[in-house]
Design a protein around this ligand. Structure first.
Ligand SMILES: Nc1ncnc2c1ncn2[C@@H]1O[C@H](COP(=O)(O)OP(=O)(O)O)[C@@H](O)[C@H]1O
Ligand SMILES: N[C@@H](CC(=O)OP(=O)(O)O)C(=O)O
Length: 450
């Protein structure tokens, strides 16, 4: 039994949804599908999730919400009409959005409830379309499926007991279950979404819950490439990649598969296959627990994520000061800031954080002041335009000379390495570089290794 997740690019309009129907009709092994909200139809288009976020923004700024509401309904109307699905769905969608806007008072709660409707409406209409084609399909809400999550808006975590409920989906008599991705239900009944791109997470949770033999992730590429296809033309196609390697690359910008979706699959060793909805006959990249290593290809991929800030401090004999790091982390915790990396030397330490945590407030300045007062460093420096470059490959472990190849390739392009980190497992290296060097760095490394 397989679980198939269809991303926003696979469901952006009626034509794409017809392709999805044909994939499901031609593969009797696909018993459960997880769907995203309609994505972009072309480069300048707006994803329905972003339209719902804009609707929320209008509401909380006290602006008129009618235009934003009608734009969203128009997206669904065009799909409903072209698929000849019952138009009464549209009235339901409008009523649901209006009732959320008038009854949910808490801003964060409202945002998650609105965002979740992108996938929820799509699941309802796709299930209805499948039935019109003679496929015995059923819309199953995350509530009915038993996806219970923490009440942490925009960052839901699955409550592990959920798997027992989800396993019951196997007993449904219908041929295909259609489940909206991207959200779950908290104990108090609130709708809580996963991080952006989180329909992949729902797909993984369902695949684990029903112990699927394969999780197919349908998108607009059949393969995961060794580098972002927006930077490298025709990059190397990865045939097989392990969960561990994918986790590192997805963390730092391989947006094709969500890094948080790997954990549920890893536990049960459920393989993932990336597939292209526009070319479903191609067997794409497989994400697997283990793979054979090719000694000629030590590196499997490079990714680079922008939007990091570092705070670096220097203090003589820092290494002898008991509790120094703990006190820095306490200050961050007081301001609800999480950190990503912490490279250190004998007398200095850097803390690297996602910059978006400092948006719309002055917490960065306050943290610096607090560190200055409490820890009395000799100097403290903030850098706000950093990117994290990851070089990943199980084949790098125990191979002499990889770092020198990386640094030589970066040096040739005048890319300055601000910090570096390599774990003891040796299959991933991280370099902090200036954001302006992102593209030259990826191009230089691709040329060196492929
Ligand atoms: N290394 C990579 N290999 C392939 N695609 C990648 C990679 N890194 C980023 N992408 C991008 O991921 C996109 C697919 O992810 P996404 O837009 O989330 O799809 P969906 O809407 O189907 O969920 C591709 O169009 C591609 O531009
Ligand atoms: N629609 C949500 C969740 C998601 O996974 O979407 P997509 O499959 O288009 O990446 C988002 O945009 O974040």
């Amino acid at each position: 039994m397989k679980v198939a997740k269809f991303g926003g690019s696979s469901l952006s309009n009626a034509t794409q949804i017809k392709k999805v129907a044909s994939i499901v009709q031609n593969d009797k092994n696909i018993k459960t599908i997880v769907v995203s909200a309609p994505g972009k139809r072309h480069d300048d288009d707006v994803k329905v999730t972003d339209m719902l976020i804009a609707l929320h923004a209008s509401k909380i700024s006290g602006l008129d919400t009618e235009d934003a509401l009608s734009e969203i309904l128009k997206r669904y109307e065009s799909i409903i009409d072209e698929l000849a699905v019952d138009r009464s769905l549209l009235d339901d969608f409008e009523n649901i959005l209006r009732s959320y806007l008038t009854t949910i008072e808490d801003d964060e709660e409202l945002l998650d409830a609105l965002k979740s409707r992108g996938e929820d409406f799509n699941a309802r209409l796709i299930s209805s379309y499948f039935n019109s084609l003679g496929v015995n399909a059923k819309y199953v809400s995350p509530e009915e499926a038993g996806i219970k999550v923490t009440n942490t808006p925009a960052n839901a975590r699955l409550i592990p007991g959920s798997y027992e409920n989800i396993s019951k989906l196997k007993d449904y008599p219908e041929d295909v279950l259609v489940i909206p991705g991207f959200y779950g239900i908290a104990d108090n009944g609130n709708i809580v979404t996963f991080a952006r791109g989180g329909s992949d997470i729902t797909g993984a949770i369902i695949a684990r819950g029903i112990r699927a033999e394969l999780y197919e992730n349908y998108t607009d590429e059949s393969h995961i490439y060794a580098a972002h296809p927006g930077i490298i033309d025709n990059p190397y196609k990865i045939e097989e990649i392990t969960y561990r390697e994918m986790r590192e690359l997805a963390y730092a910008g391989f947006g094709i598969f969500h890094d948080e979706a790997l954990e549920p699959l890893y536990q049960e060793k459920i393989p993932v296959m990336i597939r292209d909805t526009n070319a479903p006959h191609i067997e794409g990249t497989k994400i697997v627990p283990e793979r054979d290593l090719d000694p000629d290809i030590p590196v499997i991929g490079f990714s680079c994520d922008e939007g990091f800030t570092s705070i670096s401090l220097h203090k003589y004999l820092l290494n002898k000061e008991v509790g120094f790091t703990r006190r820095i982390l306490q200050i961050l915790e007081d301001y609800q800031i999480s950190y990503e990396h912490m490279p250190s030397g004998i007398d200095d330490i850097s803390i690297i954080m996602r910059s978006n945590q400092f948006d719309n407030n002055d917490s960065l300045e306050k943290i610096i002041d607090e560190i200055d007062i409490q820890l009395e460093p000799e100097w403290i420096e903030v850098e706000e335009d950093l990117s994290m470059l990851f070089i990943v490959g199980l084949g790098m472990a125990r191979q002499v000379g990889i770092v020198s190849r990386v640094t030589a390739a970066l040096a040739k392009e005048q890319v300055n390495i601000r910090m570096m980190n390599q774990g003891s497992t040796e299959y991933s290296m991280m370099f902090a570089i200036k954001t302006k060097d992102h593209e030259p760095a990826i191009k230089a490394l691709f040329k060196e290794f492929f």
